[in-house]
Design a protein. Structure first.
Length: 560
């Protein structure tokens, strides 16, 4: 939490000149700017981030915009609010906004089926073979279509030079991870398909459509979904994996999902547009209904008002609604957030691969500081209580059946039995769980709940985790003490070291064999499907070839 001290500042006079507000508020924002400056410079050193740009919005005014560090280490070009960054997944919010404007104009509908909008579309599935016919535009924009994260052509691995249509065409060779509408699974492909369908519907290339339908009307003159449009500029930031590894200049093939380039000064125009309820120059540009739909979590089993809407995440935050999306990849880490109830917003852009954590921390501190300025205090975040039933006692054998690893949206989680209780371990966190029923658990504060699904044999298949932010469905990866797998002799040729190229950098992984199963990266069990085709617990396809393999459509070459 950021404590804002009300005191004078050398920044107050120039800041006051830019603000059309009383002096007291100006001094408060100047103090906030000083505090954020201290945090940013400290975090840049800790996280090895070369440059940061930040912008704060109050209503229809930009109250602070500033740059730190350099956009290019070789040229030592300083970062300013006009430095052009790759926004990565923040692009999804802009794509969804343009899509909803088309919905307003009745050019397309959220519940239109993908197969009707893109005749001939198909995707492989293990759930009856007809799932592709069920996918709607809403599924795509909300990440509920069951699609995988990457396509075979144009993904986050490799040095791609492909068109958007070629990228979309390759989706037919991917496998669905889950049945349509069954669970939330973040996917670049969903947003890319929605953007591609929109471009077909409106009869122009996606990049040109976004210029005409969104960027140009908002006055975002230094922004584009086509990097080559900005190639002549000397203000484009270079992305860095670390301070010694610049990412080569690449056109991002996931255009609608991650292809937008922009500046803090341009992005604050989008934030102001959102805070104005979709009005431009006082006139409605997108309907209030569309704005409400965009920030409303879709298909959610989780706590009301928490989850992913259409191209944006949404949840309560200190008495208001937080609308936010981050982005990361190609050596960039970014975030854009706004709160309609308080009429505030923030943009943080970095050109460091580890800049995502910095962006999130700075954005949170900025919003808390701005709420403090607006209200004079920081309202407590009222926790959502999931389950008020009393704790029940379960026998150790009942608890032990849940012990094992589970594939979450990001990484692995583990459940263990310790001291007669079920414990949830993830990313250095250890949560003691209390049983509310034989299959339902919560933490002690009842702000996190865990509901296990059981198969016909009574063994767990997965667990739905509900929390303050939203939901995550974790699929069983392997259980403690489970029987040995098939251990087929032909699998031994797949064991070994593999390598791939990502953002110009080498990525190394292993395939190992233990307890009769193949494992990817020493942790993800591979479930055999047919011949050389396997699936991870959460449905990513793994295909072995003569010289390598693909994991989630990312190509790896076998060493040796």
């Amino acid at each position: 939490m950021l404590a804002v001290l009300i005191c004078g500042s050398l920044l107050a006079k120039p800041l006051l000149a830019r603000l059309n507000v009383d002096q007291d508020v100006a001094f408060k924002y100047a103090t906030l700017a000083q505090s954020l400056t201290s945090s940013i410079t400290k975090l840049m050193t800790e996280d090895e981030v070369p440059g940061v740009a930040i912008g704060l919005v109050d209503g229809q005014q930009v109250v602070w915009a500033h740059g730190f560090g350099v956009a290019d280490l070789a040229k030592q070009t300083p970062v300013t609010p006009d430095t052009i960054f790759s926004l990565q997944s923040i692009s999804k919010s802009y794509t969804a906004t343009a899509f909803l404007r088309a919905v307003d104009r009745k050019a397309i509908g959220l519940d239109d089926r993908l197969i009707d909008m893109l005749p001939g579309f198909t995707v492989r599935d293990r759930f009856g073979g007809k799932e592709a016919r069920r996918i709607t535009m809403r599924h795509l924009l909300a990440h509920w279509a069951g699609l995988c994260q990457e396509a075979p052509v144009g993904n986050n691995y490799g040095d791609w030079h492909c068109g958007f249509a070629e990228h979309i065409e390759s989706i037919k060779d991917t496998w669905l991870r889950s049945p349509v509408g069954s669970r939330y699974r973040y996917s670049n492909l969903g947003i890319d398909l929605a953007g591609f369908v929109l471009s077909k519907r409106l009869g122009m290339p996606f990049e040109d459509l976004m210029q005409a339908e969104l960027l140009r009307p908002l006055g975002m003159r230094d922004s584009s979904f086509r990097r080559s449009d900005l190639a002549g500029s000397n203000r484009i930031a270079t992305g860095y994996i670390d301070l010694k590894s610049p990412v080569p200049e690449l056109e991002i093939p996931m255009v609608a999902a991650g292809g937008l380039y922009s500046t803090v000064n341009d992005m604050t125009k989008y934030v102001r547009f959102q805070l104005a309820g979709g009005r431009l120059n006082g006139e409605p540009w997108i309907s209030p209904k569309a704005i409400r739909t965009m920030i409303t979590p879709q298909f959610s089993e989780g706590p009301r008002g928490r989850g992913y809407g259409l191209g944006i995440q949404s949840r309560p935050f200190h008495g208001g609604r937080l609308c936010t999306h981050g982005g990361g990849g190609y050596g960039f880490g970014t975030i854009q957030s706004w709160m309609p109830d308080y009429q505030i917003g923030v943009v943080v852009l970095t050109n460091g691969d580890q800049g995502g954590d910095l962006s999130e921390e700075v954005a949170r501190d900025a919003l808390e500081g701005m709420i403090w300025i607006k209200k004079g205090h920081l309202p407590d975040e009222a926790p959502y209580v999931h389950d008020r039933r009393p704790e029940i006692s379960l026998a150790p054998s009942q608890l032990q059946r849940y012990a094992g690893t589970y594939k979450a949206t990001s990484g692995l989680a583990e459940f263990r039995v310790e001291g007669g209780k079920l414990h949830f371990h993830r990313q250095h966190n250890d949560v003691t769980l209390l049983a509310r029923s034989p299959t339902e658990f919560t933490d002690a504060a009842m702000t996190q709940s865990y509901r296990f699904d059981l198969g016909s044999d009574g063994a767990p298949t997965g667990v739905l985790q509900l929390g303050d932010v939203g939901q995550d469905y974790m699929v069983l990866n392997d259980r403690v003490g489970e029987p040995r797998g098939p251990d087929r002799p032909e699998w031994r040729e797949f064991v070994g070291d593999y390598t791939a190229l990502a953002y110009g950098q080498t990525v190394n992984q292993k395939v190992t064999l233990r307890n009769g199963y193949l494992y990817w990266a020493d942790s993800l069990k591979l479930f055999p499907h047919q011949d050389r085709l396997f699936f991870t617990a959460d449905g990513e396809a793994v295909v072995f070839g003569d010289r390598g393999m693909t994991y989630g459509n990312r190509a790896f070459t076998k060493k040796g």
